[in-house]
Each structure stands twice: as structure tokens, then as C-alpha cells.
Design a protein around this ligand. Structure first.
Ligand code: PFF
Length: 476
């Protein structure tokens, strides 16, 4: 590793460009696919309320911590942490957690692209169905007319059974991600966020209104916001904490990397708050979009990961305008996934530029192709390699296929470790004056922030880590 990092000199064109890109990074499959899945499985209200508490007490302080490191460092995550260490007279070894983050981001993007590929396939299926509906002069009919519920469910199994279909979708999605990242910060990532995020919000609001009109919004509100505290088991708390980290893109140095492209002095506290509020609002809106539709048709909210791929397409079949809105729904998820996957690939890419001196194109290609190859193993785990258990020697991953192993290992181990080290570093090691002047927080807000980072975050994140690794502790 070279001693000093190179700065790429790249940067956001404005504060709002940064906010848009960072919200784009945060809002992704985690909000629209994982959050409603977990809320549904965990019984709704109590999970949702605990989740919101996690976001603001643990997530928000960490968002600000990561942006701070990037803002001061002005280079990739490893180099940025090294710079803050130097200015704080702390050991440069702290920069290792930037490296762990970059590896985690690299691994996450490999399977994220595979899952986004499923969404791409469904967008294609629904798009073709919409074209047929329009051709038949019935643009407002339900989706997938004439298919039975079994046939609709079977589509997912058929897709998983086809390596070539999964590969083609994964290739298309990773190719797009790589293309945007290789174009650079302002002409690639920022441009993508400026076009895609407004489109995302219009689609989201449109679909929430659709769900409210055609679906059962009352039942959905009651499900999401009426807490039954007996359902708040330690496992549910653990998954809410983990989901808060994942959804805010924490622990993988993503916000350090994006923060390093902030050039002007700005109020980092309010910027961080905007990111946390926007991300949480989108997760809640996603719940308010999905559950009215699920309840209207009398389906099971606790369907799990297949909720979006099997339950919803069937619901769209029975609803007026389902062909159109079903298609828009998958486009919405796709848009959210693109702006997140580019932020994931950007973390190792920036490392290659900053620490290795590679050109942006070379770095993006190396990590993009590397992640693509790991993704191929993940998708083969659904068919040809379905017997493979990469960490089968570890009881936690005994029965876990390739994709879920990469997901589980990054989510349960690497992400909490990254978040833990970030909170310890900023809570205890970083120079107080540097923190004060860079963040621009009021004295009260500053003290609360530092306290949460020094005490609550390490404690809570250690709990996620330990209970995640040893689920027996929770009496599972
Ligand atoms: N926050 C993204 C989501 O909710 O889908 C996932 C993610 C993106 C995690 C970027 C980490 C990251 F750096």
C-alpha cells in the first residue's frame, strides 16, 4: 500500500448533487424489497417503530461520521481515514477499516447485481405484458391476464432454474453499473442521480396513490404503525438494527467515498439528517405502497423474500390498471437499485484510484469484472451449484447457498465490524476540534452526536454482531 493517497480531484457540482447521489445510494433494494419483507415477517408496527429509533439514534450519527471522514480526507476511504488519523495523532492502522469496507462493498455489489437482475427480468415480463394489453386495446387491464396464481409463482422458479437467463440479466445490470462508474463522479454518478432520483420519486408517489385508491390503505397503516410489543423479540430487534445499517449504506465506507467528493464547506449535520430522513421516508412509503395492495387481495404480508416477486404480481393481476402499475413498480425498484449499485462499485474503484494510482476506467473495470464473476457463482447457486455451501463448515452458514452466504457474511459480519470501528474511531480517536469545525454542529448537537458514537453505537453494534454470529444467545 502506498503511503500517500492520490486525490482524483473529482467532485460534486453542488451540495444538492451530493445529497441526491447519497440519497440515491441509500435508497435501494434495501428499502423497497428488504424493508417491507422484514416488516411483513416481523409482524409490522413494533418492528417499524424500533427500526425508526435505530435509524435516528445509531444510523444518523454514523452517517455524519462517514461523511466527515470523507470531507476531511478528500480521497478514497483508506486514504481518508489515514488523513483523519494523522490530523488526530491516532494510529494510521485505523485505515484498515476503510479496506474492510471496500472489500464488503465489492462483495455486496456482486450479489446486489444478481438480485437487481431478477427485477430487470420482471420489469421485462411486465413490460411485454403491458405492450400486449395496449395491443389488445385494454391498457388498463390487470397484469398477466389469464395466468393462474400457480403459473405466476412458477415464473420465479423457472427464472432461478435458468442460468443463462440469470446471467444475461446480471450482465446487463452490472454492465450499466460499470459504465456509469467508469464515466466518473460528475458525468457518471451525479448525472445518473440527477435523472433517476426525480423519476424515482414521481414513480413512488404515483404508486402510493394507486395503492391508496385501489388497495386497502387503512389495513396497511394499522399493520405498519400499530405496535404489538410482544412481537419485538431479540431476533426482530437484531434484524431491525442490521437493516438500519444496510439501508443507510453504512459500514462499507460508501458515504466516506461519496463524502470525499464534497468540495465546498457546508453544514454536514443537516446534510446527514436529510439523507436519513429521505431514506426512512422511502422505506415507509414503500410499505404504504406494497401492503395496501397485498391486503386488498387478501394475501399474506409475511410471504418473505418472494413478496415482491410472487405475491405482488398476482395482486397486480386482480387490480384495475395492474398491467401498467405492475410494470412501473418494477421500473421503480430498478431505478433505486442502479443508484445504489453505482455507490457500491465506487468504493473499491476509488480505492484503486487513490491507493494504487490506477486510472478510473482501469479500476472500475477490475472491480466491476471481479464482482461480475463472483455474481456468476451466486446465480449458479440457484441451479447448477445448488448443493454448494461455501461456508458450510460454520454452523451459521451450514445450509446457506452461495448468494445468501455472501449476503449473510457481509451483512452479519463485515458491515457491523465496519460500523463498529467507525463509531470507535470518531467517538474516541478523532480530534475534537477537527470534528467541531468540519461538521458545523451546535455545541449541544455536537455533544449528543459524540456521545452516541462513543457509547450507544459501539454497544448496539456489538450486540448485532454477537447475536448475529451466535443466534443461540437469543434463544432461537
Ligand atoms: N442502501 C442500499 C439499499 O438499501 O439497498 C444498499 C447499499 C448501498 C449498501 C450502498 C451499502 C452501500 F454502500
Amino acid at each position: 500500500m502506498v503511503a500517500t493517497s492520490q486525490t482524483t480531484g473529482e467532485g460534486w457540482s453542488s451540495r444538492s448533487a451530493f445529497i441526491l447521489a447519497a440519497v440515491g445510494a441509500a435508497v435501494g433494494l434495501g428499502n423497497i424489497w428488504r424493508f417491507p419483507t422484514l416488516a411483513g415477517e416481523s409482524g409490522g408496527g413494533a418492528f417499524v417503530i424500533f427500526y425508526i429509533a435505530c435509524v435516528f439514534l445509531l444510523g444518523l450519527p454514523l452517517v455524519l461520521a462517514e461523511i466527515f471522514i470523507g470531507r476531511v480526507g478528500q480521497t478514497d476511504a483508506v486514504g481518508s481515514i489515514r488523513k483523519v488519523s494523522q490530523e488526530s495523532k491516532a494510529s494510521p492502522s485505523w485505515s484498515i477499516f476503510g479496506g474492510v469496507g471496500a472489500i464488503a462493498a465489492f462483495l455486496i455489489v456482486s450479489f446486489y447485481s444478481v438480485v437487481a437482475g431478477w427485477v430487470l427480468y420482471y420489469a421485462g415480463v411486465m413490460g411485454l405484458d403491458l405492450i400486449q394489453a395496449i395491443g389488445a386495446g385494454e391498457p388498463f387491464r390487470g397484469a398477466l391476464a389469464g395466468e393462474s396464481q400457480e403459473q405466476i409463482q412458477q415464473r420465479l422458479g423457472d427464472m432461478f432454474a435458468s442460468p443463462s437467463l440469470l446471467l444475461a440479466m446480471h450482465f446487463a445490470f452490472m454492465g450499466l453499473t460499470l459504465y456509469i462508474v467508469a464515466r466518473g463522479v460528475s458525468s457518471g454518478i451525479e448525472k445518473a442521480a440527477t435523472y433517476l432520483m426525480p423519476m424515482f420519486f414521481v414513480l413512488l408517489v404515483g404508486l402510493v396513490v394507486y395503492g391508496a385508491i385501489e388497495g386497502d390503505i387503512g389495513d396497511a397503516m394499522a399493520f405498519l404503525f400499530t405496535p404489538d410489543w410482544s412481537k419485538l423479540t431479540p431476533q426482530v430487534m437484531n434484524s431491525a438494527l442490521g437493516q438500519a445499517l444496510f439501508s443507510l449504506s453504512l459500514g462499507v465506507a460508501g458515504l466516506i467515498t461519496y463524502g470525499s467528493y464534497i468540495k465546498e464547506k457546508s453544514n454536514l449535520g443537516s446534510t446527514a439528517a436529510m439523507i436519513a430522513v429521505a431514506d426512512t421516508s422511502v422505506a415507509l412509503l414503500a410499505g404504504l405502497m406494497i401492503f395496501p395492495i397485498v391486503f386488498a387481495v387478501g394475501l399474506d404480508p409475511a410471504a418473505g423474500p418472494t413478496l415482491v416477486f410472487q405475491t405482488l404480481p398476482f395482486a397486480f393481476q386482480t387490480m384495475p390498471g395492474g398491467a401498467l402499475f405492475g410494470f412501473l413498480f418494477f421500473v421503480l425498484i430498478l431505478v433505486a437499485a442502479v443508484t445504489s449499485s453505482i455507490s457500491l462499485l465506487e468504493v473499491p474503484t476509488a480505492w484503486g484510484i487513490g491507493e494504487r494510482g490506477w486510472s478510473r476506467t482501469k479500476s472500475a473495470l477490475i472491480f466491476g469484472i471481479g464482482a461480475f464473476l463472483i455474481g456468476i457463482l451466486c446465480l449458479l447457486g440457484y441451479n447448477v451449484l445448488s448443493d454448494v455451501r461455501p461456508l458450510g463448515f460454520w454452523s451459521l452458514f451450514e445450509n446457506t447457498d452461495i448468494l445468501d452466504t455472501v449476503d449473510g457474511f457481509t451483512g452479519k459480519v463485515m458491515l457491523p465490524v465496519g460500523a463498529l470501528l467507525t463509531s470507535l474511531f470518531i467517538g474516541w480517536k478523532a480530534d475534537t476540534n477537527l470534528l467541531r469545525t468540519t461538521t458545523g454542529l451546535s455545541p449541544l448537537a455536537f455533544n449528543v452526536w459524540r456521545f452516541l458514537l462513543a457509547w450507544l453505537c459501539p454497544l448496539a453494534v456489538t450486540v448485532i454482531l454477537v447475536t448475529g454470529l451466535f443466534p443461540g444467545i437469543l434463544g432461537a
